[in-house]
Write a protein that binds this ligand. Structure first.
Ligand SMILES: Cc1cc2nc3c(=O)[nH]c(=O)nc-3n(C[C@H](O)[C@H](O)[C@H](O)COP(=O)(O)OP(=O)(O)OC[C@H]3O[C@@H](n4cnc5c(N)ncnc54)[C@H](O)[C@@H]3O)c2cc1C
Length: 307
């Protein structure tokens, strides 16, 4: 699948690595190798890499910060592109408010903090969400009563024929930790940039609010390598409560452990394999199904081979 010709062409876009362990690029610290790993910092590089992969029929996976994925121990076949697009424009007055255009490799938390501290309101709730803006679009990232949909004006994407198109929030079906991307409706598209609406606020109040949310997050979430919430919260009960009720607080398989502090967080204690994490997920799902008849749905995406 990976030919010398493909590698030669890809090499003109940037410097790639062969068999790069994805455990280095995910917050879980778990995952086998990518056949080919290419960090890209500009839209031109990203689009060129996509064109080359398409022409050689090499499958592509776009990776942000790897904070919502569990990569299999067998790794990912084909090309993994790490999105490091980093340009930000604005805030600029536009129509009803102030508009920020940010490329999707930008850290959502860093952008939210920078804008809040500069006195622009609207993104305080996002100041502790790990990951890139690309991942935030895919999952409609949210916290403390806010979510991306509240501030999103439009996204720019590159599609399968290398055309750049714009999509409005209503076309993305953004819902609780999901979108057209997670539902497989929009395949093979990379999100290039997002336009977000913010408004003038009080910098002192906003800084205080961010600090307050930081404290809440630090006291609620365990430290160590993890991928945030493993399961979505079912309508009936929060996932952590269900997992706790079936006696799995602190439960361990290999080096993967259900956190003592927050039972919807699974930790890599050091050398966890994706198979261990998956076995823990299966155990939690089976026990919750048996006891409560509720199906836990993963929030973290299982990608690659070896499950
Ligand atoms: C400690 C911790 C706390 C967390 N807290 C929260 C929280 O409070 N709220 C919340 O919503 N989430 C939370 N998360 C989950 C995670 O931070 C979000 O889902 C985040 O938006 C994922 O972004 P990412 O860049 O890491 O995506 P990745 O994990 O790299 O990728 C996720 C998916 O998005 C796709 N993708 C990424 N970028 C693009 C792009 N540009 N174009 C097309 N597809 C793309 C990938 O292919 C993959 O399928 C938490 C995670 C951790 C580790």
């Amino acid at each position: 699948m990976i030919s010398e010709q493909f590698l030669a062409e890809l090499g003109t876009t940037g410097s790639y690595r062969r068999d790069d362990p994805l455990s280095r690029h995910t917050t879980f610290g778990v995952g086998g190798p990518a056949d080919v790993y290419l960090p890209v910092a500009t839209e031109e590089q990203l689009r060129a890499a996509l064109r080359i992969a398409r022409s050689h029929r090499v499958p592509v996976f776009i990776l942000g910060s790897g904070s919502n994925v569990l990569v299999g121990d067998g790794g990912i076949r084909g090309l993994v592109i790490e999105n490091q697009l980093h340009a930000v424009e604005g805030p600029q007055p536009n129509g009803k408010g102030l508009l920020v255009r940010a490329q999707t490799g930008v850290s959502f938390a860093a952008l939210a903090r920078r804008l809040s501290f500069a006195g622009y309101a609207g993104l305080e709730w996002a100041s502790g969400i790990p990951g890139t803006l690309g991942g935030a679009v895919v999952y409609n990232a949210g916290a403390y009563g806010g979510c991306l949909l509240d501030v999103l004006v439009r996204v720019r994407l590159v599609d399968q024929s290398d055309s750049v198109i714009e999509m409005k929030p209503e076309e993305l079906a953004l819902g609780y930790r999901g979108s057209v991307f997670t539902r497989g409706i929009v395949g093979d598209r990379a999100v290039l940039s997002v336009d977000l609406r913010v408004h003038e606020g009080d910098a002192v109040y906003l800084r205080q609010r961010v600090r307050e949310l930081d404290k809440r997050r630090t006291s609620a979430q365990p430290k160590g390598r993890n991928a945030g919430s493993m399961f979505k919260n079912p309508v009936e009960r929060p996932a952590w409560w269900l997992i706790d009720q079936v006696g799995l607080r602190g439960h361990r398989i290999g080096d993967a452990q259900i956190s003592e502090q927050h039972t919807n967080f699974f930790l890599n204690l050091g050398k966890a394999r994706a198979a261990d994490v998956k076995a823990l997920m299966d155990r939690a799902r089976d026990r919750v199904r048996e006891r409560f008849g509720i199906e836990l749905e993963p929030e973290v995406a299982l990608v690659g081979e070896g499950f």
